[in-house]
Design a protein around this ligand. Sequence first.
Ligand SMILES: [Fe+2]
Ligand SMILES: [Fe+2]
Length: 391
Amino acid sequence: MSERDRIPLAAIKDRDEVRGAYLVRGKTLRMAKNGRAYLSLQLGDKSGGLEGRVWDNAEHWDGACEAGEIALITGRGTSFQGQVQLHVTAIERLPAEAVALEDFMPTSETPLAEMESAVRGLVASVENRWVRRLLESVLDDPELGPRFRVATAAKSVHHAYLGGLMEHSLSMALVCLRLQAHYEKLYPGLLDRDLLIAGALLHDLGKVFEIGTDANFDYTSEGRLLGHIIQGVGVIDEKARAIEGFPPTLLAKVKHMVVAHHGKLEFGSPRPPHLAEALLLHFVDMIDARMNGIRALFKAQAGKEWTGFDRILESMFLSPFEGDEAAGVTSERSRDPDWYAPADGPGPGAGAAPAPTDKDDCAGSGRRASPGTEDEPDDEGPRGPENLSLF
Ligand SMILES: [Fe+2]
Ligand SMILES: [Fe+2]
């Protein structure tokens, strides 16, 4: 069986003969009720995850690969308590240079280059030149820029795939702009468009250092010690310092958008929102994370009328999809390929953005109407560093 014949994990059915390269996300040597050891493997590929179990010579096969590696797995699909598992009979370690991690890691369904172009378009539309330069310096940074493009937004709770951080940040910016345009009609001057764009794009920037892009999206030591809010503020400080004359009050407001985005101290924010924009950003962050999370839940439990209880979403949900339709929730057919294009704002390409006017202040003076926008089954507990990635 060649690599081309590899069955995606999500498609493996009872009695399927399987031989292919899969990512070993984790492995544990366990004891069965009969006293015999067995090896439990958490296998992954772009399609999702599946448990594999080695029942014979478990101790021997335990040494055949490590978590985070890609291994050639031989086995057979078996149905166990209504769920498909893989009965694994052989494991062969593959050399790291022989595999491309992104071929095995879940990746955003929207091409990264297109999302980046949309992000650039939004940044180009920022009227405040300080904020615009700050955002450009992040995207142009030879280390930060590429990391921001591929980073995941969380370990497992939401947008847990390559490109997830950029998708989450871009989606939030667009939702913020639509809400800003709405409230601008009701409460003119309440919300500053530039500050919202900056907050949406920068709020989780620290995650590029908090979570690794290795096979398991593991937290880095620095991430565990500091968390993405502190890490993000550090990056913003450094970038703003390099821009001579950056207004200190404006910098404090931009940093506050990051500092307050978790809303409460118990969720990791050292300050609650003290700006209208920060309050809006916090709610939009929650909405965007939860909508992505519930969509992933329906996909993971496709075919069920009701999902199981989800600890993060704190409920079980009646699926709006029937049968195989839930799988279509992620198909190209069901998604507007231009979702990232603002209704009448800048298009996916930066060239479509209106020329900025170098407004020097935002969020406090010079508030204005927005001319261009009229119109984890998750096993993460409620505590620990993982909690910081709930949104
Ligand atoms: Fe977020
Ligand atoms: Fe966050």
